[in-house]
Design a protein around this ligand. Structure first.
Ligand code: APR
Length: 172
């Protein structure tokens, strides 16, 4: 049984086994949540990322969490789709991000994971549909992860994620 909880806050404060960052293909870090995670994990994160890059859109790759506060052991880097109007497979790519992150988490025997709202910042994915995709994909993916935090950095995203968890319930 997997518990999904929506949390409002900074993902670097999360007390989980693995933290997901919304990366770019280089895994060298960037702005937004990627900046925060790299700041907290320290420079070794970019070095480890560079050693396994590129990470293609929709894929996910893990590195150690380095200086992130324990119990966080892993950073799972995922690259979301750049929103280009919706007719170029962006929804499928975003779903793939969540699915691949859970697959990587299972390979690492992770039991708790925190996701940011992947692709809804710099990459411009509409947050309401991104929230629905996140919840629907997580709920349709078999995983041994028992606790999933969907971390919103702002109240609007938080409310959309809460709504998505309620709506998806009704459609089950
Ligand atoms: N904790 C949790 N969520 C955060 C944090 C944080 N510290 N900082 C930002 N966010 C939220 C944003 O508000 C947004 O809702 O993460 C979500 C994703 O936004 P971005 O970080 O911009 O990620 P994305 O849209 O996927 O763009 C990725 O931006 O930072 C670069 O290197 C990154 O090139 C990549 C691109």
């Amino acid at each position: 049984m997997t518990l999904i909880e929506v949390v409002l806050g900074d993902i670097t404060d999360e007390i989980v086994d693995a933290v997901v960052t919304a990366a770019n293909e280089s895994l060298l870090g960037g702005g937004g949540v990627d900046w925060a995670v790299h700041q907290a994990a320290g420079p070794r994160l970019a070095q480890a990322g560079a050693a396994i890059a590129p990470c293609l859109p929709g894929d996910a790759m893990a590195t150690p969490a380095f200086d992130l506060t324990p119990p966080v052991k892993y950073v799972i880097h995922t690259v979301g789709p750049v929103w280009d109007g919706g007719a170029y497979g962006e929804a499928d790519t975003l779903a793939s991000c969540y699915r691949r992150c859970l697959q990587v988490a299972d390979e690492l025997q992770v039991r708790s994971i925190a996701f940011p709202a992947v692709a809804t910042g710099v990459y411009g994915f509409p947050p309401a549909s991104a929230a629905r995709i996140a919840v629907a994909t997580i709920r349709s993916t078999r995983t041994s992860v028992s606790l999933i935090h969907l971390v919103a950095f702002d109240q609007a995203t938080h409310d959309l994620l809460v709504e998505a968890t309620r709506t998806e319930d009704l459609s089950r």
